[in-house]
Write a protein that binds this ligand. Structure first.
Ligand code: KIV
Ligand code: ZN
Length: 400
């Protein structure tokens, strides 16, 4: 990995899932985890092991089954959390424990009721404990952006000295501006001993609509891991949207000369899969993956795009996995239409698998007026997890 490699840390299954309307079943989490691995994320935060038995089981299953990304569990800076997180990720090829402890005075005083010194001691002890289970430990001072700067430096320094390998600086309440957030990363790099030995990470919430801007500003200030979610789901106004960060790095490589491991043509299919899993999809005007992201209604725009798409499009829809043809599938659609749509979405099926998928499709079409991409992707993802239907590993046959 080069100095300029940006690691994508996906927290759709943790920060995303813990927000209203976003809960997922065990099978849905696993199916999404596989799709996120196909997308190429570097780290998958699969849940918060101590939060529930369901979360623990889902993290363990992801750790056992999903290969490619590092698999992380969140843990408070408490012994029982860390032991539970360690157990949940123990089968992962590359397990990570993500320990967090609040650092702002408002959290220390009103939520945790501990002093700054006690917080430093607890953070160091718990990071050291996590390191006895894995050599990949991330530490997050929660509410970093509202934390006294001298204390933040001391807190981060103690976590690094105790063995943290990634330091994440969350803008927990979405309060920061891009300039401030970038300055905080520069300050940590300049003032904290050992900061050059760890990966610095962003984690931005979107309360002021600045999550992606803040993320990108921090990358320019030296962050090399970005925490984000598909469709920007997450607590309150959500987290930084993975697809927006990825597209910005791609389209504006002149300003952001960094590498990453994502397959951009998987962005739209994963976004659709998530939309079909939780209780809402991306807003129509959502960048990159919204239904109108590449739609042109005004005559002048239509004329321009027909003459040369570059007049009004800064990236091609196909480059982010949006199918070029806008045919609507329904109960009168045939096998060819289904196959071609699935291929556009990245799934190339054998004749036998197509038969099975077509049967499932017609059953669904009998119940629903129109079948959308998210229905097709979920149909494939669902059957992929149930050997009774699709016989071969469709995921391995994804186009490209
Ligand atoms: O927003 C936040 O501070 C978090 C931490 C637990 C990383 O989600
Ligand atoms: Zn968060």
């Amino acid at each position: 990995m080069t100095q300029n490699h940006i690691r994508f840390f996906d927290t759709t299954l943790r920060d995303g899932e813990q927000s209203p309307g976003c809960s997922m079943t065990h099978h849905e989490k696993l199916a999404l985890a596989h799709s996120l691995a196909d997308l190429g994320v570097d780290v998958l935060e699969a849940g918060f092991a101590i939060a529930s038995d369901g979360d623990f089981a889902a993290i363990s299953a992801v750790a056992q089954e999903v290969r490619g990304p590092r698999v992380a569990s969140l843990a408070r800076a408490r012994r029982e959390d860390i032991e539970r997180a360690a157990k949940a990720v123990e089968k992962a090829a590359r397990p990570r424990i993500h320990v967090f402890l609040a650092s702002s005075d408002i959290h220390l005083e009103y939520k945790l009721k501990i002093t700054r010194d006690e917080a430093i001691e607890q953070a160091a002890k718990m990071v050291a404990l996590a390191r006895t289970y894995t050599d990949d430990v991330e530490f997050s001072p929660e509410d970093s952006t509202r934390t006294d700067r001298d204390f933040l430096c001391a807190f981060v320094g103690a976590a690094i000295a105790a063995g943290a390998t990634t330091i994440n600086l969350p803008d927990t309440v979405g309060y920061a501006t891009p300039e401030e957030y970038a300055a905080m990363f520069r300050m940590i790099r300049e003032r904290v001993p050992g900061a050059d030995r760890v990966i610095l990470s962003t984690h931005c919430h979107d309360d002021l609509g600045l999550a992606v801007a803040n993320t990108l500003a921090a990358v320019q200030a030296g962050a090399r891991q970005v925490e984000c979610t598909i469709n920007g789901i997450g607590e309150r106004a959500g987290n930084a949207a993975l697809e927006e960060i990825a597209a910005a790095l791609h389209v504006r490589g002149d300003s952001y000369p960094y590498q990453h491991s994502l397959r951009l043509d998987r962005l739209y299919p994963v976004s659709q899969q998530l939309a079909g899993t939780i209780s809402f999809g991306a807003a129509p005007n959502k960048a990159i993956v919204g239904a109108n992201a590449f739609a042109h209604e005004a005559g002048i725009h239509q004329h321009g795009v027909l003459s040369n798409p570059l007049t009004y499009e800064i990236m091609t829809p196909v480059s982010v996995g949006v199918p070029a043809n806008r045919m609507v599938l329904g109960k009168h659609s045939g096998r060819h239409a289904l196959r071609s749509r699935l291929e556009e979405l990245g799934y190339r099926l054998s004749a036998a698998d197509l038969d099975i998928a077509y049967r499932a499709f017609t059953e669904l079409a009998d119940r629903k007026k129109a079948i959308y991409d998210q229905d097709l992707i979920n149909l494939v993802a669902h059957h992929q997890r149930h050997e009774d239907l699709i016989s071969t590993e469709i995921r391995e046959k994804a186009v490209g």
